[in-house]
Design a protein around this ligand. Sequence first.
Ligand code: CA
Length: 362
Amino acid sequence: MKRRDFITTTALITGAVTINGCYQESKKSINVVRGKKVKLKLATSWPAHFPIMGTGVDSFAKMCGELSGGSLEIKVYPKNILVPALQVFDSCSANQIDAFHSGVYYWKGKNSAFSIFGGMPLGLLSEEMITWLKFGGGMELWRELYGRFNLYPLIGGSTGPQMGGWFKKEIKSISDLKGLKMRIPGLGGEVMKRLGVNPVLLPAGEIFTSLERGTIDATEWVGPALDMMMGFDKATEYYYQGWHEPGSILEMTFNKNRWEKLSSEHQAIITRASEAMTANMIEEFRYKNAKALQELYRRGVKIRKFPNDMMRLAKKALDEVLEIESKKSSDFKRVLKNYNEFVKLNRPWSDISTKHILEIRD
Ligand code: CA
């Protein structure tokens, strides 16, 4: 190993403090990273400094700058500044921006298999999703399928378990779902449709007013922290526990040509910074959701579980949806097969470790 490589690798492993130390020890080595200034444009699907997700991207960009000694400058453009929120994928694919931060499930129209990388209803939790992607083969498949669009994805955080949504009326049995208009996207929406719900898609800015005016009867969003910010507890009475997004994954995706032209040092810095961002986001969601839940209880929000008969039918409906999607797309079938192999491997360990401890600790 060359001295330059050694210093850089050591600095990356041990972090920013060591970089400063190395910098004094060996200015020349660090100058290799510092020498060639690279500027990247990163667009997001979130408003400027949007809590947890948007601020996570801000910290990621800052960390890339710090770890590279300033040689890597990532400029973050919130939604609609450079590109509309839901055009970041196309824009990056077409070389108009260098990178984007968004939700994988938004692009299922391009390839239905993408929805699986974003998470599975009644499926893996955030930590388990990340394990599947990193160690179970998920990431290779994701990169292969995104490669067709000239894109290179990294995990860009996760929301942790999401809530089931806000309802104006209590759901006591499956019959209460008939004809209900609910804002719910993705595979969860497909399942709800089979249970009698009329799923609708609404931009974030229109959800609260639609709920207040009764244009919709229910909505899902994320979890206590972000939902409370949207004011949903002021328009509805019941808040249901989750099932459809147990571990949604966000993406930090780069233009593939641009990525391949980056130095290995910059690639390593971006990769480590995205891992740090992912861990931090899960922890921040956990803390802020716990605090917000406390406040929601104080406000008298009624927290409910969906009835058992409904969840049984939801499982059945999900199997049907997955079977139909697998028949329609060989990519979906292949990704689902890989995902299910990990689910099968993970289950016995998860049952005797995490599930067991959650059951007995109180
Ligand atoms: Ca959601």
